[in-house]
Design a protein around this ligand. Sequence first.
Ligand SMILES: C[C@](O)(CO)[C@H](O)COP(=O)(O)OP(=O)(O)OC[C@H]1O[C@@H](n2ccc(N)nc2=O)[C@H](O)[C@@H]1O
Ligand SMILES: Nc1ncnc2c1ncn2[C@@H]1O[C@H](COP(=O)(O)OP(=O)(O)OP(=O)(O)O)[C@@H](O)[C@H]1O
Length: 301
Amino acid sequence: MNASVTVRVPAKVNVQLSVGPLRDDGYHDLVNVFHAVSIFDEVEAKESESVKVSVEGEWADQVPLDEGNLAVQAARALAKHAGRSYGVELVIRKTIPVAGGMAGGSADAAGALLACNELWGLGLPLEDLMEIAGDLGSDVPFSLLGGTAVGTGRGERLSQVEMGGTFHWVFAVADGGLSTAKVYAECDRLREVSGEQVAGLQGNQALLDALRIGDAAGLGAELTNDLQAAALSLRPSLAQTLAVGTELGALGAIVSGSGPTCAFLATSAEHARALAEALSAADVCRTAVPTSGPAPGAQLI
Ligand SMILES: C[C@](O)(CO)[C@H](O)COP(=O)(O)OP(=O)(O)OC[C@H]1O[C@@H](n2ccc(N)nc2=O)[C@H](O)[C@@H]1O
Ligand SMILES: Nc1ncnc2c1ncn2[C@@H]1O[C@H](COP(=O)(O)OP(=O)(O)OP(=O)(O)O)[C@@H](O)[C@H]1O
């Protein structure tokens, strides 16, 4: 048994998010092309008699410290799977924005699964952890896997996408988050009002080809997010953030998942740095962060 284990887990952006009709269980079927990016939370797991959590970093005050914390839920779910009442002290070092559409809570849950599996010496294979992850949240399996992957079902059934290079991104982080459930509900409401019929869900071949050959311009042209209209309806100021990034030369601009973070695709690392500076100066976001993808999934460090 190790006395302490630390895991690093990436944030994500959805480069295609196609949303089907509301299911009877309250979820939506998706075609969800996830792409992990190099913004990471760290989850440290230390020996302890009981399950405890603390959070450090810029976003710490927005993260619950009780049973609502997804990392705590993950530790408990893993102990239950193992049939034991293990304890753990979890320390989350948060860099991923909270309620930002970048799967921050899911990252911490994935980190806790991997760290506790190691701390408790369980030796469960990734496929078992992925199974537990899917019950914790639709995005949690991808946080374990990382890279780029197509998610179907609720987004929890994953198949990895072959990748041909590195993409350079800027994330414009907003003040205040958006509730994922409310954004899905707003998507349903807007569809009801407009009478829009949801067509069959399928992967966009041009997008998958652009990912495969590392074609940033091709990827930028094909970015789509069915939740974007709903996020803009709930947070109209995001329209200006997207417009400014586009005017500043982004190859593509999109709301990240359920928002309110906006993602911009750049031509190079240098372009991403310049774009981030210009977005910050334009005063259309709280902060703009240059980064790249794909990033690896949850990893012991
Ligand atoms: C928007 C995305 O981040 C895109 O990757 C995900 O679809 C959301 O994944 P998540 O945050 O892990 O969401 P969950 O914790 O599974 O679900 C939160 C809520 O989002 C809605 N939800 C989520 C996933 C899905 N396929 N359909 C949904 O309608 C449901 O109202 C659900 O109660
Ligand atoms: N470890 C955690 N980190 C962040 N938020 C957490 C955590 N555990 C529980 N939460 C709760 O979950 C809510 C959603 O946070 P999260 O950062 O996962 O949103 P998100 O990035 O928009 O999710 P997604 O992109 O998966 O839809 C927060 O408002 C917070 O109350």
